[in-house]
Design a protein around this ligand. Structure first.
Ligand SMILES: [Zn+2]
Length: 290
């Protein structure tokens, strides 16, 4: 199953609530995923809107994810940690009300600490966080995202190590971030294959993938750009997904949001058509190629 959507309310959607964004994602864009963004501080969502998100996404088969606020440090001081827990739990509770699958968070920073010490703290704190999530009977999975800067905790290996050590935590694979952090290493099929190869140890049943073009230098991400403006090709990644029939969700976090989500869709459908030899394809229907 392939799902495609964008991070946040589509730019071309006139209404600016998440509710408007969800309906637009389904009705106008004909996409089947959305990642609700609580990235600017604590966004308040009324119960009524959360309930609508829950019912509408269920009835219309749109998969929801939630992104917690950006400034999080799960390896920081006890003050930073309290605030981070608060933000993530706030997002997780709302995600649960919406029936979302994942609450995505950035892990945090090394600061003055060694990589090893940071890892230890991360594992300890994330275990604690997952404990609270479980205790509150929140059914949403905690997703930890790969990050695109050297000084920020979150290489692919680090995220995998967290997920190996903390049960029920999943990796959120930011392709643009990995590409930037490895100074543009994602070029060919084998480069993308290596990502899946490394993830294998986690035995994931579903992959949550963030996609964007990215500007970077010396292994550090500067900013996101439209997919076509970046130098990371998408086609080899899509080929691997189709070859393996992965259950996967693509979330566009490019500055063009839904326009690039639609671009991903077109790339997927082009790849399907290449296989079927037909002039039409629907990214939701892979029955002819598997
Ligand atoms: Zn993120």
């Amino acid at each position: 199953m392939i799902r495609i959507g964008q991070a946040g309310i589509p730019l071309s959607c006139k209404g600016r609530t998440n509710k408007d964004g969800l309906v637009y994602t389904k009705q106008i864009l004909d996409l089947n995923a959305m990642e609700v963004q609580f990235v600017r501080g604590l966004y308040v969502m009324e119960d009524e809107e959360a309930q609508f998100m829950h019912d509408y996404s269920w009835e219309n088969d749109v998969e929801l994810h939630v992104h917690a606020p950006y400034y999080i440090n799960l390896a920081g001081s006890s003050e930073e940690l309290d605030l981070s827990f608060e933000k993530i739990l706030f997002s997780a509770r709302l995600a649960d009300k919406m029936g979302a699958k994942t609450v995505v968070t950035h892990p945090g920073y090394y600061g003055e600490q060694s990589e090893k010490k940071t890892m230890k703290k991360m594992i300890r704190n994330i275990k604690k966080l997952v404990g609270i999530i479980k205790k509150e009977k929140i059914k949403v999975k905690l997703g930890i995202e790969t990050m695109g800067k050297q000084k920020v905790f979150g290489s692919l290996n680090e995220i995998i190590e967290i997920c190996t050590n903390v049960k029920d935590v999943i990796p959120v694979v930011g392709l643009g971030h990995i590409h930037a952090r490895t100074n543009g290493s994602l070029k060919k099929r084998e480069n993308f294959e290596e990502i899946f190869e490394r993830l294998k140890t986690l035995k994931l049943k579903h992959y949550l993938i963030h996609v964007t073009g990215v500007m970077y230098e010396n292994g550090n991400e500067y900013y996101h750009v439209p997919i076509k403006k970046g130098d990371m090709p998408l086609a080899p990644f899509i080929e691997i997904v189709l070859d393996n029939n992965y259950d996967i969700t693509f979330i566009s976090e490019s500055p063009l949001l839904e326009h690039d989500a639609v671009y991903i869709r077109l790339q997927v459908e082009k790849a399907i058509m290449k296989r079927t030899g037909k002039e039409e394809a629907d990214y939701r229907d892979l029955s002819e190629i598997i």
